[in-house]
Design a protein around this ligand. Structure first.
Ligand code: SF4
Length: 227
């Protein structure tokens, strides 16, 4: 086990009951500029928290080429008004180049491959510059996320993975947004509970969990970044 892995596992135990800001202050103090936040631009809650712990923190956004205009607008607004450094990662191929290589609408036929090409691989490249990264994963979002540690070991990438709001509920998120005037994606006010790429995201129905609108009918619940 590497020193970094031991550090991650110890911090996961010691910070389980810490606040989200305390967890991010630990990350900022431990990793400094070798730490970043990833954001889908569903909201800017973790980016906002991280900017309080580490002003000017890198916020990594994956531009798959399939985002809603509202998501790109949220990214641009975050970059304009928050004390963060937004870094946009792009896939190796444009959508047109991917269509030429694999045929059109790969997301309908093989969404795992589409996500691998447009999300997972660009993130691997982007995270190479860091020792630790933070996400907005929450335990209450889905069964697949119920065991998310606040600080854990990302064995695939050899990095510390931080989920500062893992213990938060949707009510906690909404309270933080209201208290701090945090930017959110306008689609959250239009029936979307979780915002991903446009071809693979629909509004949720009454009683559905927050991620039910992602890859609906495709037998897929995660893009592969967190699994
Ligand atoms: Fe492709 Fe859909 Fe994955 Fe976006 S969410 S990368 S469009 S399969």
């Amino acid at each position: 086990m590497t020193d970094l892995e031991q550090l991650a596992l110890r911090a996961g135990r010691e910070l389980e009951d810490a606040t989200a800001l305390e967890i991010l202050q630990w990350a900022a103090g431990t990793f400094g500029s070798r730490f970043c936040v990833t954001s889908s631009m569903e909201d800017a809650v973790v980016a906002h928290l991280a900017s309080r712990a580490l002003p000017g923190v890198d916020v990594v956004f994956l531009d798959t080429g399939y985002h809603f205009p509202e998501t790109i607008g949220t990214r641009d607004a975050v970059a304009a008004v928050m004390d963060v450094n937004v870094i946009t990662l792009t896939p190796r191929r444009t959508v047109a180049e991917q269509d030429a290589a694999y045929g059109p609408r790969l997301h309908d036929r093989d969404p795992d491959r589409c996500c691998a090409l447009r999300k997972v691989e660009p993130l691997e490249r982007g995270l190479a510059a860091y020792d630790a990264w933070a996400t907005g994963l929450r335990r209450d979002e889905s069964l697949t996320r119920a065991g998310t540690p606040v600080v854990g070991w990302d064995a695939r990438r050899g990095k510390v993975k931080i989920a500062p709001i893992a213990r938060w509920t949707q009510d906690d998120v909404e309270a933080y947004v209201a208290d701090h005037g945090v930017l959110t994606n306008p689609l959250l006010m239009d029936g979307y509970a979780s915002v991903g790429c446009a071809p693979c995201t629909r509004r949720v129905l009454e009683g559905e969990d927050a991620r039910a609108g992602r890859w609906a009918g495709l037998g897929k619940t995660e893009c592969g970044i967190h699994t």
